[in-house]
Design a protein around this ligand. Structure first.
Ligand code: ZN
Length: 299
């Protein structure tokens, strides 16, 4: 079967209460990225975080982190646009990427497009109530078309996130319109236990995503389980020909009572994939599978 693309999702907005190995500042993300690359990850996804863990949207954070990663390894870089922590207009949300594109040393390889809008409030099982009640992850059609235009302009690969079937339908519509081109790289987002915006992190939740894969286009898909244990599904994903996006950003992975590092999580995926006949894709193989264009530096 085809090689498997493994993406390390090292931090998201995860705290260190669940796992102390979640990286926050650039030096921590860089060393985690290099360690994950050494274990077989070909893509790194990260969020800017302040030393206390709060979200950091300043372009300088991303410039420093990307430059450090470029100097240390060849892993493909997929930074966030800030998720709900960066609620400005379309140009404001893309501003950090525009800065990154001014130099080959700081340019990423992917930019994300979450192709729809959802309520992303946090459920607290201890209090049996929501900790937040007004968190909406807004991605208007116009904003997404702006992202698609800028992503194509720079020769980046759009990282298309689908939280539910309506997102996949918009991706298909964009493909029909020519706003997006295939092969499209779609990340099926499962959200478990404390956030309900995606499909459940179960076999049925994943099947409901893949049942609506756009039929007339070349689609490569990966899956995440945001706030759930993706290892419950990795064998199914590997056997189905999907790819895997995983890390401490999503879930506080443990081995018994021991907290795993991001690199150890990646090593565990690689071991399972190999046992099922799929080798991890190198960076170059990942570029070929996704037909990634040449990045254009400039403005
Ligand atoms: Zn993210």
């Amino acid at each position: 079967m085809d090689k498997i693309i493994i993406e390390a999702r090292v931090n998201e907005l995860a705290t260190r209460r669940g796992n102390p190995h979640v990286p926050f500042v650039p030096s921590e993300i860089i060393s985690d990225g290099i360690a994950c690359a050494n274990e077989g990850a070909s893509i790194l996804h990260y969020h800017g975080r302040k030393p206390d863990g709060e979200p950091e949207n300043a372009a300088e954070f991303y410039l420093e982190t990307n430059a450090g990663l470029r100097a240390g390894c060849d892993i493909l870089i997929h930074p966030t646009l800030g998720y709900v922590a960066n609620e400005t207009d379309a140009m404001g949300r893309f501003a950090a990427v525009e800065q990154m594109m001014k130099s080959a040393e700081t340019a990423p390889d992917f930019a994300p497009m979450d192709c729809g809008s959802v309520n992303v409030d946090w459920w607290n099982p201890d209090t049996n109530s929501f900790d937040t009640t007004e968190l909406i992850y807004k991605n208007s059609t116009g904003t997404l078309m702006h992202f698609a235009e800028r992503i194509a302009h720079y020769g980046l690969k759009p990282y298309l996130v689908s939280w539910n079937v309506s997102f996949t339908r918009l991706i298909e519509q964009f493909l029909k319109m020519g706003v997006l081109k295939d092969p499209a790289y779609i990340c099926f987002c499962l959200t478990d236990q404390i956030i309900f915006a995606g499909h459940p992190g179960t076999p049925a939740g994943l099947d409901a995503h893949t049942a609506f894969l756009p039929q007339d286009f070349d689609i490569v898909w990966t899956a995440v389980n945001y706030k759930g244990d993706l290892f419950l599904l990795t064998e199914k994903i590997i056997r189905a020909g999907g790819h895997i996006s995983i890390g401490l950003g999503d879930f506080a992975y443990m081995d018994g009572s021991r907290h795993l590092t991001n690199a150890e999580v990646i090593a565990k995926v690689v071991e399972q994939a190999r046992s099922l006949g799929r080798e991890p894709a190198t960076v170059e193989e990942t570029r070929q599978i996704l037909e990634m264009p040449e990045v254009r530096i400039g403005t």
